[in-house]
Design a protein. Structure first.
Length: 264
């Protein structure tokens, strides 16, 4: 993204901050302080990060392991593939502690009795909101490993990595979390009633934290086509991996399905 300014000083250490178009919260690369660029209200959120357990060699090993196993992958995927790009990026998230209560009334039709039912659906969440509007990230698939959370410290970052600043502040993120939690509660009601006649959701956002998660973004080439991989550097799990279509017909499909079912 084009840069708006060459330098804004960090309010804590005085170091220069680099800001690109659309960014609202910028992290100082020297002391790790997160600062809101616009608005009069001071930025008070805690700033944390997830400790990475995968360095570059670990990410390469995770990619090789993913290529070697699993269902519906070509037999020669690992042998015939080459990694064409691999970068660790610290992606910004807002994490909210949320209590939600949905009072509902509806009808169960699945039993053929049209039974009326009402009650309350009570859930508590640690809900994540991606701090970026631009680009694509598999937020729903990504299970934020909060057990690896530590205070933000640039010295603890993966060597050669970079971090993204946020394109929204916590107020906008809080509005999104309310919308998403309410929609999720309504989805859960489908397990309780078949026809929702009434639903009222009360949401209590109790706490919030701003953190950066280390993510390895990789692309690999297989038979002259590029595919993407997203790997959680904190947990070591593959968040999303694009799989080439089978090239060996039904025999390859059957072998892949057998490996997945029998673990071999």
């Amino acid at each position: 993204m084009p840069e708006l300014v060459d330098s804004i000083s960090c309010p804590k250490c005085g170091g220069p901050l680099r800001l690109a178009t659309g960014e609202v919260i910028v992290t100082c690369p020297y002391c790790g302080t997160a600062s809101r660029i616009r608005g009069d209200k001071p930025f008070l959120l805690r700033h944390g990060m997830l400790a990475a357990r995968l360095d570059r060699a670990g990410a390469e090993a995770a990619i090789a392991g993913w290529m070697a196993g699993g269902v519906m992958k070509p037999d020669d995927l690992r042998k015939a593939s080459r990694v064409t790009s691999l970068e660790c990026v610290y992606v910004p998230f807002f994490v909210f502690e949320v209590d939600a209560t949905t009072s509902y009334a509806g009808v169960i039709t699945r039993t053929g009795t049209n039974e009326r039912r009402s009650g309350s659906l009570v859930r508590d969440y640690f809900w994540k909101i991606l701090g970026r509007r631009s680009g694509e990230f598999p937020t729903r698939e990504y299970k934020l490993p909060l057990a690896h959370k530590v205070p933000f410290d640039t010295a603890g970052m993966v060597p050669g990595s970079r971090f993204m600043n946020a394109e929204m502040d916590e107020e906008e993120a809080a509005r999104l979390v309310r919308e998403q939690v309410e929609a999720h509660q309504r989805e859960l009601l489908k397990d309780l009633v078949d026809v929702v006649e009434e639903a009222r959701t009360s949401i209590d956002v109790k706490d919030a934290e701003f953190l950066h998660a280390p993510i390895w973004f990789a692309t690999y080439a297989y038979r002259e086509t590029s595919y993407g991989l997203v790997i959680d550097a904190a947990s070591g799990e593959v968040v999303r991996g694009e799989i080439p279509p089978p090239t060996g017909g039904f025999g390859e499909f059957l072998r892949g399905a057998t490996r997945g079912l029998l673990g071999r």
